[in-house]
Design a protein around this ligand. Structure first.
Ligand code: PXP
Length: 236
């Protein structure tokens, strides 16, 4: 199973002071040295953490796999086509949210998403849709011909009772199997940490995990390379 490390929150710390450090680009170098599969970052419409300058520097230095999370807007599609990350993950975006709260509601914007996906694919960018682990969303994802879906694990991460956790795990597992049967690549992420990643990592159909907050948080205490290696050991 591959690990993509989301470095947005290195930029969050920088933006707390609105100066030029810590630099998410330096973090990406360390993530790469630790042997992660790739770097993930989210260029939000409001540029609250990652900025345009960051994604262009990241493109220069990330030789492994750059996954750009973005909303399916004209502005972002233009940037992605210019930047040429290996993968674009389309996510819903709400201005007031603290983090990406839910998955995409594909059925409501099927034509638009199909158009955006086709534009990105024409430029040899692999596409992924961030969705809830729900069969309706998976079928709709296949209809709009995305390459991958990323299953939202935020609900799983927030649950506390054993019963509800195991029910949500079953949902994620069935969603991963259904997506894989439809020929979609499968990744997962959001809210995963050193305690809860194990059960998700057991799901064979999931090829890739995208993890940010917990790795950046641990890196404060043990350093970025160690934090990344510890996560890779857990998901192996
Ligand atoms: N995947 C997607 C699509 C996301 O939007 C995020 C958060 O930016 C993540 C994964 C990583 O979530 P976390 O920071 O909670 O690990």
């Amino acid at each position: 199973m591959r690990l993509g490390v989301n470095i947005d929150h290195v930029a969050t710390v920088r933006e707390a002071r609105q100066i030029d450090e810590p630099d998410p680009v330096a973090a990406a170098v360390l993530v790469d040295l630790a042997g992660a599969y790739g770097i993930v970052c989210h260029l939000r419409e409001d540029r609250r953490h990652i900025k345009d300058r960051d994604v262009y520097f990241l493109r220069e230095i990330v030789k492994s796999h750059l996954n750009l999370e973005m909303a399916a807007t004209d502005e972002m599609v233009k940037i992605a086509i210019d930047l040429k990350p290996e993968m674009v993950t389309l996510v819903p975006e709400k201005r007031e949210e603290l983090t990406t709260e839910g998955g995409l509601e594909i059925a409501g914007s099927q034509e638009h998403l199909r158009e955006v996906i086709s534009q990105l694919q024409k430029h040899r960018i692999v596409t992924s849709l961030f969705i809830e682990p729900d069969i309706k969303q998976i079928k709709a994802s296949a209809r709009v011909q995305t390459d991958y879906v990323e299953l939202h694990t935020g609900r799983y991460a927030n649950l506390r009772s054993k019963k509800s956790i195991s029910e949500e795990l079953e949902k994620i597992k069935s969603a991963a199997i259904a997506a894989s049967k439809l020929g979609l690549g499968v990744s997962a992420g959001h809210g995963l940490n050193y305690q809860n990643v194990h059960e998700i990592a057991k799901i064979r159909e999931i090829e890739e995990l995208n993890i940010g907050h917990s790795i950046v948080g641990r890196a404060l205490f043990v350093g970025m390379e160690k934090a990344v290696r510890e996560m890779m050991d857990l998901i192996k």
